[in-house]
Design a binder for this molecule. Structure first.
Ligand code: FDA
Length: 303
């Protein structure tokens, strides 16, 4: 119930405008968002790199409504790629296709992303293409697959809550396309997605095993300790070495586990979001774990 309310609020424009311009709200989000500017994200990236934690940079922003905004997103990401590479950061970038015009024109979106992927390939960097709600799944995978075949430096994202995901993983493994596996963060109807946490978790574990056995350098994106322990058990049992896959986590969540991973020799990448349009991202993180509201209120009352 609370999750649905928070997801509903994540789409409310007035509340969003108020939150994004309120200095006290911005202070509260610093746990999950690296800052408003690229420079803030690069400071975080540098600190994480010194701790042997890999990063993926995400300039926050979702669906754009004009071609000019889509081109501006592309240019913003080009700046991220080139600046991070010039500073010697081995960071990937994570993008959402609706930021590049997917709602306006599939062709224009693809052209924008292609420019980014081509530049990234020249710099020896990967582009991770996030998965949004299920209305975008087919179009997103189509563009991701085409770019993989053309350049070979993209990673697709598959959401374990969708019934279709085993078939998608079969196909992506056959193409040797790297996959990030996550549980899924959007509100989806029972016609397309598992609704119960136990079912989503069960699906995650079986898809994770498919990826570990047959995938190309999968990214296991979860903070779920039970699932992480199962990944450790399974990889040990099958003799899959730690350099064949990586764990991925969101900046600000379960830093304790990340630290332990590095000490034990596992690869871990933090998804580092930054930018002025942080509101929907932040509300989705609250919806995942309403206990964060308590954290938020405590900080708010502290002043
Ligand atoms: P689950 O929600 O069951 O949480 C397990 C435990 O993790 C909790 O008990 C808690 O300890 C901790 N935890 C989880 N979320 C927390 C939070 N917000 N605050 C504090 N603690 C928290 N989704 C999507 O639809 N498309 C995408 O492209 C991506 N990309 C992506 C990249 C990366 C690197 C990650 C880690 C996640 C995504 N996601 C995503 C989000 C994903 O689908 C999912 O919503 C969250 O990761 C939460 O699910 P968990 O697997 O952590 O499990």
């Amino acid at each position: 119930m609370l999750r649905s309310v928070l997801l509903y609020l994540s789409r409310q424009k007035q509340l969003r405008r108020w939150m994004e311009t309120s200095p006290s709200a911005a202070r509260l989000t610093s746990r999950f968002v690296a800052g408003l500017k690229l420079e803030d994200a690069l400071v975080v990236t540098g600190r994480l790199q010194r701790e042997c934690i890999l990063t993926s940079l995400d300039r926050l922003g979702e669906s754009v409504t004009t071609f000019e905004e889509a081109a501006a997103s592309r240019d913003g990401y080009l700046e991220i790629l080139h600046t991070a590479a010039a500073r010697g950061f081995d960071a990937t970038i994570s993008i959402k296709l609706t930021q590049f015009g997917l709602d306006l024109s599939q062709e224009v979106c693809r052209a924008n992303v292609e420019q980014l992927v081509r530049d990234a390939a020249g710099l020896g960097r990967m582009v991770e293409i996030d998965m949004e709600s299920s209305e975008y799944t087919d179009r997103t995978l189509k563009i991701t697959t085409a770019l993989h075949q053309a350049f070979g430096n993209v990673r697709a994202v598959v959401q374990a809550y969708l019934y279709r995901s085993a078939k998608d993983i079969e196909r992506l493994c056959a193409l040797q396309l790297p996959v990030r596996l996550c549980k899924g963060a959007y509100k989806e109807p029972p016609s397309v997605a598992f609704q119960k946490k136990a079912d989503v978790d069960g699906s995650y574990v079986s898809l994770m095993k498919m990826l570990l056995e047959r995938g190309t350098y999968p990214g296991l994106a979860t903070h779920d300790e039970r699932i992480i322990n199962e990944a450790h058990r399974f990889t040990r049992e099958r003799g899959i070495p730690p350099e064949k896959y990586e764990f991925q986590m969101l900046y600000g969540i379960r830093r304790d586990i990340a630290k332990r991973f590095v000490e034990e020799g596992y690869r871990i990448r933090f998804y580092v979001p930054f930018g002025e349009a942080w509101y929907p991202y932040f509300m989705r993180r609250l919806a995942e774990r309403p206990a964060n509201l308590i954290f938020l209120m405590r900080n708010f009352l502290r002043g």
